[in-house]
Design a protein. Sequence first.
Length: 337
Amino acid sequence: MRRTVLVLLALALPAAAVVAALFLPGIAPPRTVTDSGRTIHEIYWVTFALAALVFILVEAALLAFIFRFRRRRDMPDGLEGPQIHGNTRVEIIWTTIPAVLLLALAIYAIARVPDVEATPPSSAAGEVLEIEVTARQFYWQYEYPNGAISYDALYVPVDTHVTLFLRSTDVAHSWWVPDLSGKRDAIPGRLNRINFRATETGFFEHGVCGEFCGTQHARMTTDAHVLSAEEFEQWLADNEPPLEDDATVALGETQWAAACAKCHGLAGEGGYGPPLAGNTTLVTEDALRQIVTEGQDLDANPGYMPPVGRGWTDEQIRSLIAYVESNPDLAPQGGSR
């Protein structure tokens, strides 16, 4: 009876540890609304289940051996156990089984790679939405086929194949919105792409840069808006250049929040970077273009300002100026271009 209880305990403890782990935050991947994301989840759970099974078997055997071959009270001091020099059959078995399991897992994972890549079928060639994604320290810029631009917020229609073309203008970044798909790096001098098709509408706010990219790396986040086809077409139309004055200010506001406020504060009060409120550089087109495209490294400031606007168009420069001029906290008194 005692032996049975101990054996059951040896089996129950590892199983309980695995079951408990399933309910702890961070064990399960976040929910996903794409086919490629569901494939990633499937691979994750198959791998987890296999690892859990091996863990339970190994730990149960370990506990059973500890109990079975423990030192008894009636054994004299100094008694040595039997000297076992190996068992070829057992050693072959415990080497072959893990090798076969790993090979099977590798074949399964490789076979599922095409579904993770989610390459659009040839029949959808004219229906794929292609979006240019530029990664900069420390924000994401999305440019749509009609010229519309958004910062740190991706807009896509539901049930549509989407391809993101990823570039970086400075250091290595990694685009990752767990609700949509896996990670894909944005590397200077290289064009990468990631495909997905969202099957549900919604707002997803857990996107991050998955590659350490500098001091403000943790603030390089991104949201994703999955809209109905009608809502997406309306958003594209509302944000197609050339923009009306109010739309230009609105774009400049998101531009300021993404590219400037993370270091200098929403009101230009300063933070990691120096205060900018009232600085005439913000409303002088040539001076602003020079500092955002070339960056700045001054002894007076503790940190290096990266070229946050390298590659910005004239319209992007003007939209930022329009927002600064409209904001009483940021605009210099009596300042102008």
